[in-house]
Design a protein around this ligand. Sequence first.
Ligand code: SAM
Ligand code: DTB
Ligand code: SF4
Length: 331
Amino acid sequence: MNADLHLNAAATGINGALPQWSRAEAQAIYDSPFNDLLFRAQTIHRENFDPNRVQLSRLLSIKTGGCPEDCGYCSQSSRHESGLKASKLMEVQRVLAEAKKAKDAGATRYCMGAAWRSPKERDMDAVVAMIEGVKDLGMETCMTLGMLDLGQAQRLKEAGLDYYNHNIDTSERYYNEIITTRTFADRLDTLANVRDSGIKVCCGGIVGMGEEKADRVDMLVTLANLPEHPDSVPINMLIPIEGTPLGEADPIEPIEFVRTIALARIMMPKSHVRLSAGRTAMSDEMQALCFFAGANSIFVGDTLLTAENPGEDKDSALFRRLGIQPMERGE
Ligand code: SAM
Ligand code: DTB
Ligand code: SF4
């Protein structure tokens, strides 16, 4: 392996602070020979995790569509003509019935998503009841509700929320091409509020939105240089949705996608890297390479929020072929 690749910021952490990565350093790793990159990622993966276990999360859209934001990839923005029917906040009992089914199917974490810019005061009681109910089932709870102020984050923490998902989505440079109704800095503020309230952070982004390699690298550098690494890092492959500005985007080259996963694993060794949206468009071989590169979490079930996901039968067949076992709760 190229000796340069051993030189990383890991040596520079002072007083337990996380090492800070430079873009050049990260880009060199991303561009390294594929076999070197994968060997390094898999070595780091094995130092931190059981390489044959993958964490299973299940998503539910608790409030679908009609979102005022203009995220260019999203089926749920009211500014795009995706044909999606908007619905009101789901009733608590229905959410809990769905969570129970997910638990019975092996999911350890239940992630509830709402198409909001941020939660409204009038919705908080129901959201709190959902968190409490899902926790009572013995599952980990995750929510993604848009921007949060510190008070809202503290309220969710008190209800027992384990994780909050809020993605930076892309590099700071490319961000304005994709979203104009909230800034990159807004995203970082929400992440700080979540972290300060003591909720674990789930934060990643999307690739395949027409960005350059450098944008993928920069996005991961931003994540790796946060005061703490996100506990979970979802890497979504764009699901192109008809009627959205990115509905006709060219797919990302699979090897580039695997490189992105490997770099995330190398820079954030202890984070759960989630092979997130877009798996229906991936071959088994591509997913196997992603697991080898250090991905160790997926969404299970036949829907994500609004889009398709492979479903239980396909995933259990894939896991059998690869000798992969589901992770236990809290692993
Ligand atoms: N409305 C909340 C927000 O944006 O903060 C929460 C839900 S939002 C749908 C969660 C994340 O899903 C987005 O940040 C984005 O990374 C991902 N996502 C949404 N649509 C996608 C698509 N078509 N393909 C891939 N990922 C997508
Ligand atoms: C994340 O990073 N990916 C999930 C979750 N966080 C909320 C959402 C994927 C959404 C895919 C498109 C859809 O289902 O509408
Ligand atoms: Fe709304 Fe979230 Fe979709 Fe953006 S990603 S349009 S905030 S639901």
